[in-house]
Write a protein that binds this ligand. Structure first.
Ligand code: IPD
Ligand code: CA
Ligand code: CA
Length: 271
């Protein structure tokens, strides 16, 4: 497969569908918003965007399977599988806050081979493919060179429906507030990951994310020289709902803290 060509086609599709999403900003009426579960919303914009993406991806690799957030196509297993979040940052979109994105990854077996995240309002297309480089639009990107937590800018997603590790999370946050250069909650996990990839953030972590939130962005971080794992340092971050991503230099320090603060309930279950 010519991954460079596939990546160009996916970027073009993400830009096209991103244009549709942008054109709907501010138009969604309250009655058109459904609650999927606590604090988790969806409108016709997410669904139509997903249908357009699925239709487009089918023309790129006709026999690939899909994992999609909004269920517009049945989940299927195949040699190649697309993982799609048509609109990452729905709450931002519905509140007319600027950051939301299209996120598309392609996996074969257990390996991601391509990731595209298009941040719609900034018109920035982050992408990477196996054997290539990580880019934003045409420019190569790299993770930051910050070498310690002190002074580093950390991004996270605060829990809003799953409070399983809320106490641990708040203790960790307190440590980070006191010992880092600052914390951001941007509201779009795929974008958070790409900002680690291009060095705007030094680290990102979040609990309870789904494969479509992280598959593309995590791959882009790795291709930009960063580290990605779950909170314990294992590789189950796409389906395992716990992810941390950092530049190369602060990974060990950050992982040590994540083990200390965020893995206490896991340790209790193991005892
Ligand atoms: C959400 C965003 C948000 C994160 C949530 C995700 P959605 O995705 O990435 O930043 O905190 O957990 O579910 O629902 O807007 O696609
Ligand atoms: Ca998402
Ligand atoms: Ca979404």
């Amino acid at each position: 497969m010519n991954w460079m060509k596939v990546c160009e086609q996916v970027c073009e599709l993400a830009r096209e569908v991103g244009g549709f999403i942008r054109s709907e900003s501010g138009k969604v009426q309250a009655l058109e918003i459904e609650t999927k579960y606590k604090n988790n919303f969806v409108s016709y914009v997410d669904k139509k965007a997903e249908a357009l993406i699925v239709e487009g991806l089918k023309t790129i690799i006709p026999d690939a399977g899909f994992i999609v957030e909004e269920g517009t196509v049945e989940e299927t297993k195949a040699e190649w599988q697309w993982i799609v979040d048509p609109l990452d940052g729905t709450t931002n979109f519905l509140h007319q806050l600027p950051s939301y994105a299209v996120s598309i990854a392609l996996r074969g077996g257990d390996e991601t081979v391509l990731g595209v995240v298009y941040e719609i309002n900034k018109k920035e297309c982050f992408s990477a493919y196996k054997g290539g480089i990580a880019r934003v639009n045409e420019q190569q990107i790299f993770v930051s060179k910050t070498s310690e937590l002190k002074g580093s800018l950390i991004s996270t997603g605060m829990p809003y429906y799953d409070f399983e590790i809320l106490d641990e999370y708040m203790c960790f946050l307190k440590h980070l507030v006191k010992n880092s250069g600052g914390i951001r909650r941007y509201g779009a996990a795929a974008v958070d990951l790409c900002y680690v990839a291009c060095g705007r953030y030094d680290a990102f972590f979040e609990h309870s994310l789904s494969p479509w939130d992280v598959a593309a962005g995590a791959f882009i971080v790795q291709m930009a020289g960063g580290h990605v794992s779950d909170f314990q340092g294992d590789q189950d971050y796409i389906f395992g709902r716990r992810i941390l991503a950092t530049n190369e230099l602060i990974y060990n320090e950050f992982l040590g803290l994540s083990r200390q603060y965020l893995c206490t309930s896991i340790r209790k279950t193991e005892l």
